[in-house]
Design a protein. Structure first.
Length: 161
């Protein structure tokens, strides 16, 4: 599928990212709560000296969950829920949907963009092609999509009445 639309700007991309972060955070928090309750019911406790290992494991699981969410969304659908809500799509320079490898590289590029005070994301504001560092790294771009997610309503269209 090819979509060579207009490259999306900073605000719509930022809002899509905020939506995605909220989704991932809610899923991770709900999962942690559920696993904590299961552990409490089974009376599972770990010695205090394992706390650093538990923190490391929690961080690793959160990173892998976020990586899976973004990589699968971009490679399977060309968009995450946030991008779909904002009417955006991730494409290659040719307009094709990115594959798994390119999507995973784009996610790793998110880390590079975030590390120096999010300058890689702010780069979208000054780049003439509206590309962030992660876009340059993975050779992707975010475009306005012809297909936009719309919420389902209970109203019956006038033509069907």
């Amino acid at each position: 599928m090819s979509d060579r639309g207009t490259t999306a700007g900073f605000v719509s991309r930022f809002l899509a990212f905020v939506i995605d972060v909220v989704i991932v955070s809610i899923v991770l928090a709900a999962s942690a709560w559920f696993l904590g309750r299961v552990g409490a019911m089974l009376r599972l406790t770990a010695p205090g000296w394992l706390d650093p290992a538990k923190s490391w494991l929690s961080g690793t699981i959160a990173f892998l969950a976020a990586a899976a969410y973004f990589t699968i969304g971009w490679s399977a659908f060309g968009q995450t829920f946030g991008k779909a809500f904002m009417g955006l799509r991730v494409t290659t320079p040719a307009g094709a949907q990115p594959g798994v490898g390119r999507s995973a590289l784009r996610f790793l590029g998110y880390l590079v963009s975030a590390l120096p005070l999010y300058l890689g994301f702010a780069w979208i504001l000054i780049d003439s092609r509206r590309l962030g560092w992660h876009d340059h790294i993975a050779r992707t771009r975010v475009v306005y999509s012809r297909k936009r997610w719309t919420p389902v309503t209970s109203e019956v269209p006038a033509a069907r009445r």
